[in-house]
Design a protein around this ligand. Structure first.
Ligand code: ZN
Length: 339
């Protein structure tokens, strides 16, 4: 069996673990509902249990290290989870120290959005590019930037907080306290809220029928728009305009080869794309307008495989495409070593 990494994606609702190969293939997966209210010791206990399960089920696996992603803020270099809003009782937890002592393996840590950006870059929609911006649009908006073959970290690893760039002076207050954040106007939550305000329970609209007369969610809007509902189509257009404005900023700031859109709302990517594109045509300077905007390919495993690549691709600026090309030139040697 080839060299593997143990990977963990620690989320506020679900803790996922996997054994991942260097090419990004997931050999085995496990998960558990995160004990998010129980404090860091309980959750670290869950990580250890899941790791033991994976290792027992695959005793022949050659595991070279543990790649881990968790919600920010965290310090990837020091290996410290600083204090995510979705996990109670986590305050400056030295996660790398704890796990490397437990398992006697190297451990690497990255925030979840950066790990997903790494995953899409090395194994997904961004293969073969040198620079990309990954944007996840769901409950909130997050992202990660790969700049010239590396995750762009900035001071204290806090770069690319895409959801909180200010793009308007109006609208609902963001959970961060500010008005006009990208996330506050363009997240799936914001789209659902606009749809809820546009309709009333019992009005017979498709949006309210899909939501059983409860609050309308972004998923309902996409579903109604797909069915040709005029109100939903208008909401999707307005949503795509906000996304187009945010993406224009990202093009001007980072000059990526590609913008990759993930998250729950990327299920409606085909409906959003024409207006996103048109908005960029209107707003971006000429030199930035031909950059492709594409949907993510890896779904909810982007973070896991990206985290695994922290171990399996450590120090390498390459992507899976480059690896395939390298492999073609070294196949003979590899076959010899396997024989
Ligand atoms: Zn904000």
């Amino acid at each position: 069996m080839s060299t593997l990494a143990l990977a963990f994606d620690l989320g506020g609702t679900e803790l996922r673990g996997a054994l991942v190969e260097r090419g990004g293939d997931v050999v085995a997966r496990v998960s558990a509902p995160t004990l998010a209210g129980a404090g860091s010791k309980a959750v670290i206990g869950q990580i250890i249990t899941l790791a033991d399960t994976l290792l027992k089920e695959h005793p022949q696996a050659k595991v070279t290290g543990i790649g881990m992603c968790a919600p920010g803020p965290l310090d990837p270099k020091a290996g410290i989870v600083i204090g995510p809003p979705t996990l109670a009782g986590w305050h400056n937890v030295p996660l790398i120290d704890i796990l490397s002592r437990q398992f006697g393996l190297p451990v690497r840590l990255e925030n979840d959005a950066n790990a997903a950006a790494l995953g899409e870059w090395r194994f997904g929609a961004g293969r073969g590019t040198g620079s990309l911006v990954f944007v996840t649009v769901s409950t909130g908006i997050g992202g990660g930037v790969i700049a010239d073959g590396h995750v762009y970290h900035g001071r204290r690893g806090l770069a690319a907080e895409i959801g909180h760039m200010t793009i308007t002076g109006e609208g609902d207050r963001c959970f961060c306290g500010a008005v006009g954040c990208f996330e506050a106007v363009a997240s799936g939550t914001a789209l659902g809220r606009r749809a809820t305000r546009l309709t009333v329970p019992g009005d017979g609209s498709l949006l309210r029928r899909l939501s059983n007369n409860g609050d309308v969610s972004a998923r309902h809007v996409v579903e109604a728009a797909r069915a040709g509902d005029v109100a939903a189509r208008g909401l999707v257009k307005a949503e795509a305009q906000w996304l187009g404005i945010g993406f224009t900023n990202l093009l001007h700031l980072y000059s990526p080869d590609l913008i990759v859109m993930g998250g729950g709302l990327s299920n409606g990517f085909d409906l959003l794309a024409p207006t996103i594109r048109a908005t960029i045509e209107q707003r971006a300077m000429q030199a930035y307008r031909d950059v492709p905007i594409v949907p993510a390919e890896l779904g909810d495993r982007a973070g896991l495989v990206g985290a695994a690549s922290l171990i399996l691709w450590e120090g390498e600026p390459g992507t899976a495409l480059a690896m395939v090309q390298n492999d073609e030139t070294t196949t003979g040697a590899r076959e010899a070593s396997q024989g």
